[in-house]
Design a protein around this ligand. Structure first.
Ligand code: S2G
Ligand code: ZN
Length: 464
């Protein structure tokens, strides 16, 4: 570790009595990164604060010594937002994992930032309530990181994003102050709602240390349909038909190539007799026979119109879990390539046009690459994963993908979409922020950062 890094670690250790600061190479490696593999982790140290006051001392010392801080939660990020590639100090929330309060009347749970998403879900269920944000990484991701990236997941269609569950936030600003935002109120018309500034700020405006989360009623018994369709146009007609008549909580899609990889990765049998170009996972409320009959009726009418090639409806909770594996297992099943990810969003109505134009573009500029698509049709969020060919070096592959991204983002902008739907801009997408945000908007974002992080120590190089 070079002298500058040693100085940083020592300065923080001196300034913050009792703060655990680690420079052990294996910890620098594990905690200096997230799930992305395109940048080598090179943090100066990893700090493990145990309390809000330790975070305050750490931030004040870092600001005074101009030491950059990279907040790190479950390290499941997909845009390099938690990668420390340039001698920064990682601030890990692994030691701030307390559930601080549950309020039955307010139906809120207050937790420290390092609490794992699945723990929040389990605690809500233990109280007979439900925390609705759910995605494949929920067993490792932490609430602080979910809020910093405004994580979405598979049930945004009904419950919205993490932003919609945040009733209150406690944040340490770049001056080492503690901001209590909204305090769990449902209504609060007392000026700008700063809670929403910090949500999705990717650790660039402040360090989220505690959150008050809104819990909701658990869903009624549900059913899951796995359907095979032969085109995006047919898929969208099925979506419109089911959404009009059934209470959907999820409407996810994946291609035949995604199915191939998840079957290999998870050792799954074919889900249907027919092999189809596209598949859909639909989750719906099905508390009584009436909804089940309505679902079967929709299924049959879509099949009669030729929109469905095949399909299956769950008959048990076990089968629900099995069917979800076809969708939830995709990310992990392709992670070894590794994939170059684009997490794109367009308005739902323009999904077919977007995918048609993207298919043409990919055929034109990179027919040699395998591209795997899956995502959340219900909120217009499409995950485009270019798989690295085994015989291509990572750097060459990444630079080819950058060329593809130039054209992808131009198309996305042309169709009014975003180059990041739920994974954030982080490090990897930062060079293209100006493709979808205007110079004025970026100017205002920089101004806001200057107010909250005057020393510029929070996650430099990420997002802005
Ligand atoms: C999903 C998870 C990460 C990925 O599966 O919906 O958001 O692989 C993704 O893109
Ligand atoms: Zn997703």
């Amino acid at each position: 570790m070079n002298g500058k890094n040693q100085k940083a670690a020592a300065a923080l250790q001196r300034a913050c009595a009792g703060l655990k600061v680690v420079t052990e190479p294996s910890v620098l490696e594990s905690h200096g990164r997230d799930w992305t593999r395109f940048r080598a982790p090179r943090p100066a140290a990893v700090a493990f604060p145990e309390s809000v006051s330790q975070v305050q001392q750490l931030v004040a010392a870092a600001a005074a010594a101009e030491i950059a801080l990279v907040p790190s939660g479950g390290r499941t990020g997909l845009s390099g937002g938690a990668v420390a590639a340039d001698g920064e100090v990682v601030v890990s929330f692994d030691r701030m994992r307390r559930v601080l309060d549950f309020n039955r009347v307010d139906r809120t749970l207050t937790v420290e930032a390092g609490v794992v998403t699945a723990t929040v879900q389990e605690r809500a269920a233990a109280e007979g309530l439900y925390y609705p944000v759910s995605f494949a990484a929920e067993g490792s991701s932490q609430i602080g990181g979910n809020i910093a990236t405004n994580a979405g997941g598979i049930r945004v269609l009904r419950y919205g994003l993490t932003r919609d569950q945040v009733a209150g936030l406690k944040v340490v600003t770049g001056r080492g102050e503690v901001l209590e935002c909204n305090r769990g109120l449902i209504k609060n018309a007392s000026g700008y709602d700063l809670r929403h500034l910090f949500t999705g700020s990717e650790g660039t405006l402040g360090l989220i240390v505690e959150a008050t989360l809104r819990l909701t009623d658990p869903p009624p018994p549900s059913k899951v349909l796995l359907l095979g369709v032969d085109s995006m146009d047919a898929l969208m007609k099925v979506f419109a038909t089911l959404r009009a008549r059934l209470d959907l909580s999820a409407f996810e899609f994946f291609t035949d190539r995604a199915l191939h990889h998840v079957r290999v990765g998870q050792g799954l049998p074919p889900p249907l007799d027919a092999s189809c170009p596209l598949y859909v996972i639909v989750e719906l409320d099905c508390p009584t026979e009436w909804q089940e009959e309505a679902a079967m009726d929709c299924f049959e009418s879509c099949a009669e119109r030729g929109w469905l090639l095949d399909g299956v409806i769950s008959q048990s909770d076990r089968q629900i879990a099995e069917l979800w594996r076809y969708r939830e297992g995709i990310s992990e099943s392709i992670s070894h390539f590794p994939p170059y990810k684009n997490d794109l969003s367009v308005t739902v109505s323009r999904v077919p046009e977007f995918l048609r134009r993207m298919d043409r573009l990919i055929g034109e500029i990179c027919p040699e690459f395998e591209v795997v698509w899956y995502g959340h049709i219900g909120d217009g969020n499409l995950h485009m994963n270019i798989l690295k060919p085994a015989d291509l070096g990572l750097e060459t592959f990444e630079s080819r993908c950058h060329e593809i991204s130039e054209r992808t983002y131009a198309l996305t902008r042309d169709i009014g979409g975003s180059i990041s739907a739920e994974h954030g801009i982080g490090l990897l997408k930062q060079p293209w922020l100006d493709r979808v945000r205007s110079a004025e908007e970026i100017g205002f974002m920089r101004g806001i950062k200057q107010v909250f992080d005057p020393a510029g120590i929070f996650n430099p190089g990420k997002l802005l």
